[in-house]
Write a protein that binds this ligand. Structure first.
Ligand SMILES: Nc1ncnc2c1ncn2[C@@H]1O[C@H](COP(=O)(O)OP(=O)(O)OP(=O)(O)O)[C@@H](O)[C@H]1O
Length: 720
């Protein structure tokens, strides 16, 4: 039977199920457990899921027929491939069942070990994950639970192919039995720290993201409506027009930020969704609503969800189809929640009657607050806590239990799935992304006072100071030559040095870029170009207004063309320094450290620019070659010197002879030791070239670090 294309895009609106999700207690006791994704057919019908699952290859087939096919294991003449895991309640195919052409994702991992280098002086590697095995199925939500520091985030990062630098992974992670590089839009990851653009409102953040993620063929009105619908589904309708807030201003609450992050990642209904602490910061009702919504979407779309959670309430716990319990990087249990309760009980840790199972599991294996006791072992005395012993007992028991056998059998069956490869989803074109990012970045720069407005105010103030101290220099004295040089050098040095002030705002942008880039929303080139386009108008204003003020107050060279050149050099220098700070942000992502590094680099460049020490007086090794030639101050200051002195003449030093005049060219060549072999426009072109080179270095660093990350993380990950 040929696949029927879905009449609706993946993210299209869906009817609310007639009743909330089924409870695990009922689900796991379904005899035979037919139905997709761990649900009975009856519960799929009752929840409204079946009707929507019927959009694709299931359309028209009676539930009983499907169930029969599931039990038979294969349905002849039908593309639907159904494998019945012997010990699993669910029988689902890797082939697409939602009818959108994408297969579902059966994720399996075996013997996953992660270590991090132990540091200098040959310290041994630190083991973070120690042989973790498990699986996640389409339509289900797997909870990874464990005490803080147990390895939940590391496991999520490993599965999502996002391990950080310095971490090494071994083990086999497969999707539908294959090592697969996930195509764009196939997976999404909601990180623990909600990285969002603080100046946007909730509505703007989701809508901009929808424009970046959804294809150009989707009309704008539809994108807007979809964004609003997703916001409402996450219970954020009341905060729709509230700014997110951040460093400077207070905005939406922590729980709302978390829900917003989830909204953004669920816009395209990915096949695989990784959630790191989706309920942190939420009250129990909000946690339940958020998780039940995610579980409902998972069941409806056949999405595979893996969520690291802390202490879920009883209601939330019931929404999970499976549990992976980690402690100190080891598997304490993997299976269903009812099996977990039974397993704890069988091994001497029964759950007290009035305690929720999740509280009980975590209290048993949390060793952070236990008192240590000295335990004699065969060779030496060891310090141990009661929880240490509990973890040891449970982890050892699990390794030889039927629950591990069950998990292993299910993995073997999932590995035999042979669904089609994930297709690259349609998404916005390069031009659309560029336009959307430029608009978003422009708006952000406008709203973030620290980006340019504060600087503009300070520059204006300094322009007044400089203009009044060096008021109308004139051409009648020899000393005015020196004064002109001082005004020029001070302007260039201060303007560029203070560009560091915008670094904290830029670092926030880079964080958002890194997160969105990892999710595959857009590429490095879109970010670099849009940042340049959106920054240029602000930098022009920042250069023009204070520049005009000090230019005319000090009485620098007359003529509009000279003034235009002056402003152009200031503007390009600001862009250049921002490009240099981009490179620093790529290497040193912390803004305090970045500011220190940036200030240090600029300080050294300034010293070598040929002003404080004339070019011929600079020590040749290092300072003249290559530092002098690498300093942008050299090209900026010499360009402005040429702009200022060519065509002028000054009286000679009165101590020598007051009647002799010196030409501007003589001043440039002999007094200032300016390189006169090329025009001032070449100086400007070199500055533009340097700016481009810095932006290309940023591009290269991000690309190389992505390559390294992808190699380390294996084939998963959705970076394009
Ligand atoms: N890059 C690293 N270098 C050294 N140790 C690390 C590194 N990353 C993680 N760890 C350690 O690995 C352990 C597991 O960390 P992980 O973040 O996965 O825990 P977690 O269970 O997610 O904790 P939480 O619930 O508090 O977020 C912790 O002890 C942590 O200190």
């Amino acid at each position: 039977m040929a696949a029927t294309p879905s009449p609706l895009p993946r993210w299209a609106p869906t009817p609310s199920p007639s009743r909330p999700l089924w409870r695990w207690g009922a689900r796991h006791h379904q005899p035979g457990g037919g139905g997709g994704a761990g649900t009975s057919w009856w519960s799929r019908i009752a929840s409204g899921v079946f009707a929507w699952g019927g959009r694709g290859r299931h359309r028209g087939a009676a539930p009983s027929d499907e169930a029969a096919a599931a039990v038979a294991g294969r349905r002849s003449g039908c593309e639907l491939q159904v494998v019945v895991p012997s010990s699993a309640p669910a029988a689902v195919a890797a082939e697409d069942a939602a009818g959108d052409g994408d297969p579902r994702a059966f994720l399996t991992w075996e013997d996953v070990r992660v270590t991090v280098a132990g540091g200098p002086r040959g310290a041994p590697d630190v083991r973070i994950l120690d042989g973790i095995t498990g699986h996640a199925r389409p339509g289900e939500v797997l909870a990874i639970m464990g005490p803080s520091g147990g390895g939940k985030t590391t496991l999520l990062d490993t599965l999502a192919g996002r391990l950080g630098p310095g971490m090494n992974k071994t083990g086999l992670i497969l999707i539908n039995g294959r090592q697969e590089k996930l195509a764009y839009g196939t997976s999404a990851y909601v990180t623990q720290d909600n990285v969002l653009m603080s100046t946007l409102s909730v509505r703007e953040a989701v809508y901009y993201s929808a424009q970046l993620q959804l294809p150009d063929t989707t009309p704008a009105a539809e994108k807007r409506a979809h964004a609003e619908r997703v916001i409402r589904e996450m219970g954020l309708a009341d905060a729709m027009d509230t700014r997110i807030g951040g460093r400077v201003t207070k905005g939406i609450s922590g729980g709302q930020r978390k829900r917003l992050s989830i909204c953004i990642e669920m816009l395209t209904r990915p096949r695989l969704l990784f959630l790191d602490e989706p309920t942190s910061g939420l009250d129990s009702a909000a946690s339940y609503h958020v998780m039940s919504h995610i579980a409902r979407v998972a069941a409806r779309d056949g999405m595979t969800v893996v969520a690291a959670v802390h202490q879920p309430s009883g209601d939330v716990l019931e929404l999970f189809h499976g549990l992976c319990l980690l402690a100190a990087g080891r598997t304490v249990f993997f299976g269903t929640i009812s099996d977990a309760t039974e397993f704890f009980s069988l091994n001497g840790f029964p759950c007290p009657r009035l305690r929720s199972p999740s509280d009980h599991f975590l209290r048993t294996i949390n060793k952070d607050f236990d008192e240590e006791t000295v335990v004699e072992s065969s060779d030496k005395a060891k310090r141990k806590t009661a929880a240490d012993e509990a973890i040891e007992i449970l982890a050892t028991a699990y390794r030889s239990s039927i629950y591990l056998d069950k998990t292993t059998d299910q993995i073997v069956e999932m590995k035999s799935m042979d669904g089609a490869s994930f297709r690259r989803r349609e998404h916005a074109s390069f031009g659309t992304k560029l336009l959307v990012l430029t608009r978003r970045s422009f708006l952000n720069m406008h709203r973030d006072v620290g980006y340019y407005w504060m600087r503009l105010a300070i520059y204006m103030g300094i322009g007044v100071c400089l203009g009044t101290i060096f008021y109308q220099l004139g051409y009648s004295t020899y000393s005015s030559i020196q004064s002109r040089c001082e005004v020029i050098m001070y302007t260039i040095a201060l303007l560029t040095f203070m560009s560091i002030g915008g670094f904290p705002s830029f670092v926030e942008d880079v964080k958002v870029f890194r997160k969105e880039r990892l999710s595959g929303h857009y590429g490095v080139s879109e970010f670099v170009i849009s940042n340049t386009i959106s920054a240029t108008p602000y930098l022009s204003v920042v250069s023009l207004l204070p520049g005009a003020m000090l230019y005319y107050l000090t009485g620098l060279s007359k003529g509009a063309d000279h003034f235009v050149y002056f402003v152009m050099v200031l503007c390009v220098c600001c862009l250049l320094v921002e490009s240099m700070m981009m490179v620093i942000a790529a290497v040193v992502p912390d803004f305090l450290m970045g500011i220190i590094v940036g200030a240090g680099v600029q300080g050294v460049m300034m010293l070598n620019g040929g002003f404080f020490r004339l070019p011929n007086e600079l020590p040749k090794p290092v300072w003249k070659y290559p530092c002098y030639y690498l300093s942008f101050h050299k090209y900026a200051v010499q360009g402005l010197y040429k702009n200022e002195f060519v065509g002028l003449s000054f009286p000679s030093d009165q101590l020598v002879d007051s009647n002799v005049t010196v030409s501007g060219l003589q001043v440039l060549e002999y007094k200032l030791q300016v390189e006169m072999g090329y025009s001032k426009w070449v100086n400007l072109a070199i500055l533009c070239g340097m700016m481009l080179v810095y932006r290309m270095i940023f591009f290269a660093i991000v690309k190389i670090s992505e390559e390294v990350r992808q190699k380390r993380g294996g084939k998963r990950g959705c970076v394009r």
